[in-house]
Design a protein around this ligand. Structure first.
Ligand code: G3H
Ligand code: 13P
Ligand code: ZN
Length: 328
């Protein structure tokens, strides 16, 4: 073990999820790729008193660098403490492709890992998820696995259609693997192009209810849950970008899910859109600007304000812990 997550001030997701399910909210899991996105996320959660899962894909980990990442996470927990807040912070591997990657992340300070074998045959998914869970639990790390396939792009896997999670499988899967949470497919999908304008996006909350009956109280995870805010797509296009009109998951659908056994909701695309809109706005309005702080800073602020709003109005996780002072 190079780093244990406890030495970085992190926690696993066990207590976070138990409290979220008991109190009827969902913990936000926000992806990041760089320091400013991390600042936007941690500042939003500190100011709202919301628990947070800092989520890193395999690609993001490669981009940041595996040696640097633990210290970024440590910086985030130091910031929480200095602000006077007591929000719990987890560092989570998103869509871990195999046992080797999950193990390496655990040895480098992750407090939670996802093993995503959803595109493999059921028995292979079970076997590798169990292998990950056995190793993770030796180190008090929590594990998320997935059943069902989300339409759209799931890392390198492109699925044309949803394969909804089959409620009949969940009990067997959870008991055979020993995982701590389960990601399910009920109509969400990854990326900015989830539905077309004119569609009436709905989640299969009936399947969610059926799953809850089979594994009562077990923490459920929703991936692909960005709303694809129109205002950011419009700003991007107004300032020279080209993003086709698209819609995401309506806040009202997610709100219903957050009140159920859904304990974790993943958002990446919305943060990317807010960040990109902020940078494009500065470049369009101030073409002479070349100080990175002057364009990345406002981008961070858009992302932060969007996430604060989402925490209050969708996740419902605001005030679950002590809020901290805003950064001066
Ligand atoms: O679900 C995937 C996340 O949005 C991460 O995407 O692999 O481009 O970092 P990425
Ligand atoms: P979005 O693309 O909808 O933000 O989903 C992110 C996600 O599921 C990360 O695992
Ligand atoms: Zn995902």
């Amino acid at each position: 073990m190079k780093y244990h997550y406890k030495d970085l001030g992190l926690v696993n997701t066990k207590e976070m999820f138990a409290k979220a399910n008991k109190e009827g909210y969902a913990v936000p899991a926000f992806n990041f790729n760089n320091m400013e996105q991390l600042q936007g996320i941690i500042e939003a959660c500190v100011e709202e008193g919301s628990p947070v899962i800092l989520q890193v894909s395999t690609g993001a980990r490669k981009y940041i660098g595996k040696e640097m990442l633990p210290w970024l996470a440590k910086a985030a927990t130091a910031y929480v403490e200095a602000s006077g807040s007591d929000i719990p912070v987890a560092l989570h591997l998103d869509h871990g492709p195999n046992y080797a990657e999950a193990k390496d992340c655990i040895e480098y300070g992750f407090s939670s890992v996802m093993y995503d074998g959803s595109h493999h045959p059921y028995d292979e998914n079970v076997a590798e998820a169990k292998q990950v869970a056995d190793f993770a639990h030796e180190h008090d790390v929590t594990v998320e696995a997935e059943l069902g396939v989300l339409a759209g792009i799931e890392d390198d896997v492109v699925a044309a259609e949803h394969v909804y999670t089959q409620p009949d499988e969940v009990e067997d899967f959870v008991s055979k693997t020993g995982v701590d949470s389960l990601a399910i497919a009920i109509g969400t999908s990854h990326g900015a192009h989830k539905f077309k304008p004119g569609d009436d996006p709905k989640l299969r909350l009936d399947i969610l209810a059926e799953i809850e009956k089979r594994i009562p109280g077990f923490p459920i995870v929703l991936h692909g849950s960005s709303a694809v805010p129109h205002q950011f797509v419009e700003m991007i296009n107004q300032y020279g970008g080209q993003i086709a009109d698209a819609i995401g998951i309506p806040d009202s659908e997610l709100r219903k899910a957050a009140k159920s056994a859904v304990a974790k909701i993943n958002v990446d695309t919305d943060g990317r859109l807010a960040f990109t809109a902020g940078i494009r706005e500065v470049f369009a309005k101030k073409p002479g600007e070349f100080d990175p702080r002057k364009y990345v800073g406002p981008a961070k602020d858009y992302m932060k304000e969007y996430y604060k709003d989402k925490i209050r109005n969708v996740f419902g996780s605001n005030g679950a812990y002590k809020a901290g002072a805003a950064r001066k």
